[in-house]
Design a protein around this ligand. Sequence first.
Ligand code: TF8
Length: 338
Amino acid sequence: KFSKLTMVGALAGLMAAGVATQALAQDFKPRIVRFGYGLVEDSNQGRAARFFAQEVEKASGGKMKVRAIGNASLGSDTQMQQALIGGAQEMMVGSTATLVGLAPEMAVWDTPFLFSNVKEADAVLDGPVGEKIKATLEPKGMVGLVYWENGFRNLTNNKRPIAKLEDLQDVKLRVMQNNVFLDSFKALGANAVPLPFSELFTALETKAVDGQENPYNTVLSSKFYEVQKYLTVSNHVYSPWIVTVSKKWWDGLSAAEKKVLQDAAIKSRDFERKDTREEAAKALADIKTKGMQVNELPAAEANRMRDKLTSVNAGIAKTVGQGTWDAVQGAVKQARDA
Ligand code: TF8
């Protein structure tokens, strides 16, 4: 009796192991995943891309190899998006702002002064309305996995410290390629010029533009301090990044492969936000050491900017639909009161 039971147990064990190995072999094909991004390798974006690559490789038993390719070597954000849609590239991370042309609801994240801290941003982006907006990418040919943090944006320029609204007058300011940013800075009186990020350093260096706006992390990693004199702490908008997959390629993956990407994306999100926030916390001191002159936009002036932007907000609500606008406002309020 003893030996019979043992035999059955051993057999069952062997079978289970066999099934598992077989499943693994079937579920994971050898795959090269080109994961493009726009910033330099030594940036919060680059570090998180490498983290994601390692997680995917580990979890797939080395079958899925992620090639993290930075510096916009695979193209600007908009060029990479087109490559994902066409199936010529598997994955990327970039601004939600550059997706607005394809998925208009993404414009809601560009609402000036929408979030007042990262706790609100995390709650809203990772919550139901953030998921819903992310899902609008699918019919356009991309699958959104997670939001990463780009961060609160601040102004830099070569003309003068921005101490009041009027100081933006005649500043030729590079903005992201999207109507919300264009309209916002026009409403504030700047001479706003849309340009891809990949052309920004040269544009600043050659003085084709006077200034730009990006989080501290990017001012450091992209060495904007070499070509910009003034930084004004304005925190005028929080920018998310979004990790996306080519839908054409995604549809050919097994359930196990999809799960590896999804799980690794969530881990990379947590890694990226922590890393970005640690870097941002000490960035201002580093920026000053690099020689930039830093000033804070007075609260009264930030309020004057808010007032000027009410018309822009109405436009965003129209672009994203009143339902989405209200859902986001409601989620922000809920996070604020929590
Ligand atoms: C910008 C964004 C950039 C991103 C990045 C290249 O100013 O803030 O950080 O687009 O993915 O364009």
